[in-house]
Write a protein that binds this ligand. Structure first.
Ligand SMILES: [Zn+2]
Length: 208
């Protein structure tokens, strides 16, 4: 199985490891990365990049530690910088700790290659202004962060959230992918494009 899931941090944020031919990327390390580092070591994987879907605190707690341990570049959306100056991005909200600071390079949308992995980076704003989704065509998988969940969608009451934009992103980006594409969200269970097109109560109006 080339995709491994690790719920990390105080909100059980899904951290994913995607790998092919000995090279890996990590999406959203939201807590202590010890289990990630062990998995990389056990499977003899070199980490090519740390990808961030958006800059909310619960997706970020492990970024600094994972970068320091691997020196893999951190790549993040260009539109979310200002969130790091709020409690929703930099931490502190609801009594949760601050996020250890980290440096990152902006990740543009379009075609990318991370080691042996081909990835289409899609701009999917709504949950945050900069939110990205990562589509790996060879793995038939898309990583949606907090845009789209199993039978639900992301909240839009944090700074920069926009519910109409979120629904447009799902319709115009995620729901144009092949129906069998597996959807790996930032929280909760894995699903598929086709399954959500038919069963997601928030997207029913435009899915069929
Ligand atoms: Zn979020």
């Amino acid at each position: 199985m080339p995709i491994a899931t690790f719920p990390l941090g105080p909100l059980d944020t899904n951290c994913y490891v995607i790998h092919r031919d000995g090279q890996a990327v990590v999406v959203d390390p939201g807590g202590d990365p010890a289990a990630i580092l062990q998995f990389l070591q056990d499977n003899h994987l070199a980490l090519s990049a740390i990808l961030l879907t958006h800059l909310h605190f619960d997706h970020l707690y492990g970024v600094s530690a994972l970068h320091n341990a691997t020196q893999a570049p951190v790549l993040a959306p260009v539109g979310d910088e200002q969130l790091l100056h709020t409690e929703a991005g930099g931490g502190g909200i609801w009594g949760f700790p601050k996020v250890p600071s980290f440096a990152y390079a902006p990740l543009e949308d379009g075609e990318h290659r991370f080691g042996a992995l081909q990835c289409t980076v899609m701009r999917t704003p709504g949950h945050t202004p900069g939110s990205l989704s990562f589509y790996f065509p060879e793995e038939q998988a898309v990583f949606t962060g907090d845009l789209l969940f199993y039978r639900s969608v992301g909240r839009t009451d944090f700074p920069g959230g926009d519910h109409a934009a979120l629904l447009n992103s799902i319709r115009d980006s995620i729901f144009t992918l092949p129906g069998a594409t597996k959807v790996y969200p930032g929280h909760g269970s894995c699903t598929s494009v086709e399954d959500e097109q038919h069963n997601n109560p928030y997207c029913g109006a435009f899915a069929r």
